[in-house]
Design a protein around this ligand. Structure first.
Ligand code: AP5
Ligand code: MG
Length: 195
């Protein structure tokens, strides 16, 4: 059992690197953004609530997000280790995550933070917005997402530095080079964890 958070700003490559980590380490990928977009696409009640926040670049309330996560962790595919992508995004979510994992007899083993400047994030998201169809990939909402990231989510970097679980990785360069840095770290981490 190995649980990992991939942390970073909007557009930092969390989804892209999660796919590679999943392939290599066999972890179950939980992307809260993907999960919510799926609900929106299916027109569910939850989707309607989520859409009202996502399209403005704002966060879904913590209590709702934590309930969704708790249900995801009960799924059998989550039993052998999870990569959390886009969660936690607030300090209360981080506290809830450690409790949810402890309740299941496990813990968070590491946090990998993709670090890069806002200019590059904006370039990537504006570029993707031309074809992604994501309601939040437009210049105005991208600006709001980055603002929310800096005020509400970035403090988690400090939170995880303080508890010793944070590892920053340079988020510029090719997908393969970034993954190679992540793999070096994860291999060392796994060697020290009873799996
Ligand atoms: P979420 O879906 O998590 O979106 P995000 O954090 O804004 O980030 P993205 O998914 O846009 O980027 P990413 O870091 O995954 O990068 P990617 O690999 O796609 O959340 C969306 C919304 O849902 C939130 O705003 C909020 O409203 C809500 N939400 C979600 N979780 C929540 C929570 N826990 N609490 C409350 N609300 C929540 O890459 C980005 C682009 O760059 C792609 O086009 C990719 O191809 C490209 N790219 C990737 N790597 C590279 C590279 N090395 N070089 C060049 N281009 C690259
Ligand atoms: Mg993503």
């Amino acid at each position: 059992m190995f649980n990992l958070v991939i942390f970073g700003a909007p557009g930092s490559g969390k989804g892209t690197q999660s796919e590679k980590i999943t392939e290599t380490y066999g972890l179950h990928h939980i992307s809260t953004g993907e999960l919510l977009r799926d609900q929106i696409a299916r027109g569910t009640e939850l989707g309607k609530i989520a859409d009202s926040f996502i399209s403005k670049g704002q966060l879904i309330p913590d209590d709702l997000m934590v309930r969704i996560l708790d249900a995801e962790l009960d799924k059998p595919e989550a039993k052998h280790g999870v990569i959390f992508d886009g969660f936690p995004r607030t300090i209360p979510q981080a506290d809830a995550l450690s409790k949810m994992l402890a309740k299941r007899g496990t813990a968070l083993h590491g946090v990998v933070g993709l670090e890069l400047e806002d200019d590059e994030l904006i370039d990537r998201l504006v570029k993707r917005g031309k074809e992604s169809g994501r309601s939040d990939d437009n210049p105005e909402t991208i600006k709001e997402r980055l603002k929310v990231y800096h005020t509400t989510t970035q403090p988690l970097r400090e939170y995880y530095i303080n508890d010793g679980s944070y590892k920053g990785v340079r988020g510029h360069g090719s997908v393969e080079d970034i993954f190679s840095s992540i793999r070096t770290h994860l291999d060392a981490l796994k060697a020290n964890e009873p799996i």
